[in-house]
Design a protein around this ligand. Structure first.
Ligand code: F6P
Length: 328
């Protein structure tokens, strides 16, 4: 017999992503629609451990659908990793008569949620929010589309100055373990070469590719480097290496960093967050627990968290081939 749900907790955890506010808004308003109370916990699990929360009504989430960041703040909680921390969180939730929790974040967030739900009787539903797009069980995560557009806009600007000065730019983008941002922004912005964690291009091939670009008459070039690329050199070392080996290249480096995590969400991310937030509440009311909401071929789906945390979303290798052909 599924638990009767009356009071729902919502929180954002891990790296923030544009569209998290739109997801919070959707959860809060869907709760109100179904006559449930909704409580926002600040700084992810840390807010549960410290009992730092606020009751959220439909009017508390006005004018946030367009705002980047998260009104509930985000954090990675060390206390929640310990059994004592989780016990504290549970005691607080119980005192506040919370019946279930909606977790907006990445796979680390969901792993913690599953442990919590198995230790104590608090059903959880995950909503994937990360710019990295590397979560299994969904084709798209909230924030990814916005980050991609931010990166493409930045590369377009870099291209202007690169071409004015006949320079080779190395642009580092986020993605410690995943090349989604690098690969898709690279194809979208017409980069000459894309270095991602999933595929080690190798330094020799990089030099060959840049020589090929010169031979074909290109006067400027852009190389996109994901944070976690596997050449064994960071972006500054890479630029230096190329300078040492290809003397006629005038190189510069831009690290885009955390600006990729901010900004107003795109319409795609707002709609995705709205759909996922409403469905998270509806799945809970249907008696589902310990699942993550995803989108697959335009349909909203649910997958058990134990499946989600078994691996990562895979990049589309076809895009590497397309990039290679188009950078001729
Ligand atoms: O997980 C999202 C992400 O933005 C990664 O792409 C990046 O490697 C990491 O977070 C950076 O984390 P922090 O904000 O802790 O430096």
């Amino acid at each position: 017999m599924p638990k009767t749900i009356k009071n729902v907790a919502v929180m954002t955890s891990g790296g923030d992503a544009p569209g998290m506010n739109a997801a919070i808004r959707a959860v809060v308003r869907a709760c109100a629609y179904y006559d449930l109370k909704c409580f926002g916990y600040y700084r992810g699990y840390q807010g549960m451990v410290e009992n730092d929360f606020v009751e959220l009504t439909p009017r508390s989430v006005k004018n946030i659908i367009n705002r980047g960041g998260t009104i509930l703040k985000s954090a990675r909680s060390n206390d929640f990793r310990t059994p004592e921390g989780r016990q504290k969180a549970y005691d607080n939730l119980k005192d506040n008569e919370i019946d279930a929790a909606i977790l907006i974040g990445g796979d680390g967030t969901f792993t913690g949620g599953l442990i919590f739900s198995e230790e104590f009787d608090i059903p959880v539903v995950g909503v994937p929010g990360t710019i990295d797009n590397d979560i299994r069980g969904t084709q798209f995560t909230i924030g990814y589309d916005t980050a991609l557009n931010t990166v493409v806009d930045a590369i377009d600007k870099i291209r202007d100055t690169a071409s004015s000065h006949n320079r080779l730019f190395f642009v580092e983008v986020m993605g410690r373990d995943a090349g989604f941002i690098a690969l898709n922004s690279g194809v979208g912005a017409g980069a000459e070469e894309i270095l991602i964690p999933e595929e080690n291009l190798g330094l020799k091939k990089l030099l060959e590719s840049l020589k090929r670009s010169k031979r074909s008459g290109k006067s400027s070039s852009i190389v996109i480097v994901a944070e976690g690329d596997k050449t064994g050199k960071n972006v500054f070392e890479l630029a230096e290496y190329v300078k040492q080996n290809l003397e006629d290249y005038n190189t510069r480096v831009t690290v885009l960093g955390h600006l990729q995590r901010g900004g107003s969400p795109t319409c795609f991310d707002r709609v995705l967050a709205s759909r996922m937030g409403v469905k998270a509440v509806e799945f809970l009311l249907d008696g589902q627990r310990d699942i993550m909401i995803g989108i697959e071929n335009t349909k909203i789906i649910a997958t058990h968290i134990s499946e989600i945390t078994k691996g990562h979303n895979q990049i589309n290798r076809e895009l590497l081939r397309i990039s290679d052909i188009l950078s001729i």
